[in-house]
Design a protein around this ligand. Sequence first.
Ligand SMILES: [Fe+2]
Length: 270
Amino acid sequence: MKIAFIGDIVGRPGRSMINEHLKRIKVEEGIDFVIANYENASHGFGLTAKNAKELFVAGIDVMTGGNHTWDKKDILPLFEQFELLRPHNYPEGVPGTGCKIYEVAGEKLAILNLMGHYSMPFTDNVFRIAKETVSQLKSDGIDHIFIDFHAEATSEKRAVLMMLQGQVSGVMGTHTHVGTDDLQISNGTAYLTDIGLTGCRDNVIGMDAKVPIERFLTGMPGRFEVPKVCKRILQMAVMELEGGKCINAYKIKQFDDGRRFISEAWVDDN
Ligand SMILES: [Fe+2]
């Protein structure tokens, strides 16, 4: 099967890139299933019902969350209506789930959404939850497992790769909005520290640069806004999976001006 992963879709500029390019890229690349992160999709914070519908219609199959999952009050009923996840390591009793299994190209694919600890809300130990969930999925006969690890710290993301390489098909980071240059396949596990945002490629992490610059200059608070006009980017990792392993991976950076950059994963085996 061939799956694709898109990171944090930030506001209207991000949603418009999905609307304008996703269906065509899916056909061109032969992609069977698309995972994307919704936590900044509506005005940069959380997800509304209207935008959820829009993104699924545009070709996304399942969406993952993070620390901004709860920002819009109408998220709770959406867990019943759409294929939405929230970080799996939220404590027991929290609405929604962080792990779902899908039938893709005649095989089972588990999507697991996790959230790190450094500078993040209080949750259960993500490393223990990751280990336990993956071993449960394996014992249930699920070979293909993809993880969106929503975390600030690069060390936490690398640690999850080192802990789970060879056991899962992919681990990719979200949250920082800045794509890293380390796409690799390590013992059959596709890995990228952060896929980077889909939205404004100028400005600061998809938000109007004026506010963060003023905050950094003065130390005073300011409200982040998504720019109305900006240069846009769609960032997507494409992974070919076979027998639970990733056998080929590459990243596409699609610009709104038509330019497209492709980078291949390096491969390391034990
Ligand atoms: Fe986040």
